[in-house]
Design a protein around this ligand. Structure first.
Ligand code: AMP
Ligand code: TRP
Length: 337
C-alpha cells in the first residue's frame, strides 16, 4: 500500500498540524510505503518571501524528521525538485471543471483575504494537489479534516481521467483519504469556533510545535472555556470539547475516557493537566529539531535522495499519462537510440 501526503513549508507548524497530520505520517511508515512532500509550489500561490522559502522548507524537513519520519523508511522530498508534478498539473487541468475550482472553500476564503493579486495559481492549487497524489498512484492520503474537499476533487479528477483516457483501465488510482477519528480538526484556543491555524488573529490561540514549556502552559491555561464546571463534550462547550480532544489525541486514549477521568476535576485542574501532557508530548520533538536544523547540508542531501526516489515513480506515471493522452512522442519511440 502506498501512502502520500503533502505539507506546506509556510509558517510554523502547530499542534493541529501535528495531531491531525504529522502523527499519521509517522504511523504510515509502518503500514506501507510512505511518500511525503514539502509543497513549496503550493506555498507560492499567495504572497511570500523568495528569500525565506528555502529556509522554511528546511524548517519543515527538520520538523518532520524530528517528529519521527525516517528517511531510510520513507521518501521525503521537496515538490519543486520533481518537475513531473507541474507537468501532470497541466495535463489534469484538462479534466478538471473550472466552476468546481471556483467554488472550493479554500479558494473562496483565500481569495477574499488577498488584498493585491488573486493569482490563477491560487485557483489551480487543487489541481496541483491532485497531481501530487496521482503521480504516485497512492492509495491513501493522511490529512486533517480541512482537506476533505481537496481529496474529493482529486478523486473525481482521477475518475474522469480514467473514464476519458483509460480505455477501461484504472490508469490513475482513485485515492482514499485517511482523516483521524480524534484530532482531525483542532480548534483555536482563543476562538474555539475556528480551526487552529498559522494565520490566526492572535498567537495566544495557537500552540506551535516548537513552543517552549512556558509558552505552552500560558496558552493552554488561558484557553477560552464556558462558564460551566463539568468537563464533557457538548455543542455549547466548544472550548472544553477542544481541550478534551487534544488530551485524548496526545494520550492516544478515547475522549470518553478523558471525560470520565476529569468530569469533576474543575476547569483549572483540567487545563493544567492538558498543559502538562502537551509539554511532555512536544519536548522531544523540539530537542531533536534543534539538533537537525543546524545541518542544512544534511537536510538538503535527504531531500535530494527523496527526490530521486520520487522521480523514478512519477516519471513512470507521466509516461503512461502522456501515452494515453496522445501527447509527445509515442512511448516505444522514446526508448529508441
Ligand atoms: P498545512 O500546514 O496547511 O500544509 O497542513 C498540513 C496538514 O495539517 C494538513 O493535512 C491539514 O489538514 C492538517 N491541519 C491543518 N490545520 C489543522 C487543524 N487545526 N487540526 C487538524 N489538522 C490540521
Ligand atoms: N493542501 C494541503 C494543505 O494545505 C497540502 C497538500 C499539497 C497536500 N499537496 C498535497 C496534502 C497532497 C495531501 C496530499 O494542507
Amino acid at each position: 500500500m502506498r501512502i502520500f501526503s503533502g505539507i506546506q513549508p509556510t509558517g510554523r507548524k502547530h499542534l493541529g498540524n501535528y495531531i491531525g497530520a504529522i502523527v499519521q505520517y509517522v504511523a504510515s511508515q509502518y503500514r506501507g510505503e510512505g511518500i511525503f512532500c514539502i509543497v513549496d509550489l503550493h506555498a507560492i500561490t499567495v504572497p511570500y518571501s523568495p528569500a525565506e522559502l528555502r529556509e522554511r522548507c528546511y524548517d519543515t524537513a527538520a520538523l518532520l524528521i524530528a517528529a519521527g519520519l525516517e528517511p531510510a523508511r520513507c521518501t521525503l522530498f521537496r515538490q519543486s525538485d520533481v518537475p513531473e508534478h507541474t507537468e501532470l498539473t497541466w495535463l489534469l487541468s484538462t479534466v478538471t471543471e473550472l466552476g468546481r475550482l471556483q467554488r472550493m472553500h479554500q479558494f473562496r476564503d483565500k481569495s477574499l483575504a488577498q488584498r493585491e493579486l488573486v493569482s490563477a495559481a491560487l485557483l489551480c492549487y487543487p489541481v496541483l494537489q491532485a497531481a501530487d497524489v496521482l503521480a504516485y498512484r497512492a492509495h491513501e492520503v493522511p490529512v486533517g479534516e480541512d482537506q476533505r474537499e481537496h481529496l474529493e476533487l482529486m478523486r473525481d479528477v482521477a475518475r474522469r481521467f480514467n473514464a476519458r483516457f483509460g480505455d477501461g483501465e484504472e490508469v490513475l488510482v482513485v485515492p482514499e483519504h485517511r482523516i483521524p477519528d480524534v484530532g482531525a480538526r483542532i480548534m483555536d484556543l482563543q476562538d474555539p469556533t475556528t480551526k487552529m491555524s498559522t494565520t490566526a488573529a492572535s498567537e495566544q490561540g495557537t500552540v506551535f510545535v516548537l513552543d517552549g514549556p512556558q509558552a505552552i502552559e500560558r496558552k493552554l491555561k488561558s484557553a477560552v472555556t464556558d462558564s460551566g464546571t463539568e468537563v464533557r463534550r457538548a455543542p455549547e462547550k466548544p472550548g472544553i470539547g477542544n481541550l478534551i480532544e487534544i488530551l485524548a489525541a496526545v494520550r492516544d486514549a478515547p475522549p470518553e475516557q478523558i471525560e470520565s477521568e476529569y468530569a469533576d476535576a474543575g476547569y483549572g485542574a483540567f487545563k493544567a493537566a492538558v498543559a502538562g501532557a502537551v509539554i511532555e508530548y512536544l519536548a522531544p520533538v523540539r530537542e531533536r529539531y534543534d539538533e537537525l536544523r543546524g545541518d542544512e547540508s544534511q537536510l538538503e542531501q535527504i531531500l535530494q535522495g527523496g527526490a530521486a526516489q520520487a522521480s523514478a515513480i512519477a516519471a513512470e506515471t507521466l509516461a503512461d499519462v502522456r501515452e494515453r493522452m496522445g501527447v509527445g512522442a509515442p512511448r516505444r519511440a522514446r526508448t529508441l537510440p
